[in-house]
Ligand binder design. Structure first.
Ligand code: ZN
Length: 150
């Protein structure tokens, strides 16, 4: 067990601990009293979403999806509610992320670039440089497309 010989250090640690406790307490109070924001859509849209005839759509191609779909039959996007938590199916979700990085039109933001590099390093291991090659090739292609549109 550590013993603090200097009483000033002990007093400083108690003060820092008390300050952290107050900050945590204030954070909890702030979150509990925060106003509940309404949904970004109106009441009519909310009612339509809760109707039994409402169907789920693919977030990428807007194709109607059956209730038990894991991936869109049209474009291959992950549409299942628990794809990323299921041990076998999440491999395909991770593959979709990697495939999107090398084939889709991504906004060239630093967060996406760093995230893709780290993600591919974690899941592709020694093959990550191959992913990086095609990722940067895709970014270059997207930049050319954006320059041509302007
Ligand atoms: Zn789709």
């Amino acid at each position: 067990m550590l013993a603090i010989s200097d009483p000033n250090l002990l007093l400083g640690e108690i003060a820092i601990g008390g300050l952290l406790g107050v900050l945590i307490w204030r954070l909890i109070a702030w979150v509990r009293t925060a106003p509940i924001t309404p949904d970004p859509w109106d009441i009519e849209t909310e009612q339509k979403l809760s109707e039994p005839e409402a169907v789920e759509l693919c977030h990428r191609c807007f194709t109607a999806q059956p209730d038990n779909a894991w991936f869109c039959e049209c474009c291959g996007a992950s549409v299942g509610p628990y794809n990323n938590m299921m041990p076998y199916v999440n491999l395909f979700s991770q593959g979709e992320v990697l495939r999107n990085g090398v084939m889709d039109k991504l906004p060239p933001s630093p967060l996406i670039i760093i995230g893709y590099l780290l993600y591919s390093l974690a899941f592709c291991n020694v093959f990550a440089p191959i992913c990086w090659f095609f990722f940067f090739k895709n970014l270059k292609r997207v930049n050319k497309l954006d320059a041509a549109e302007i």
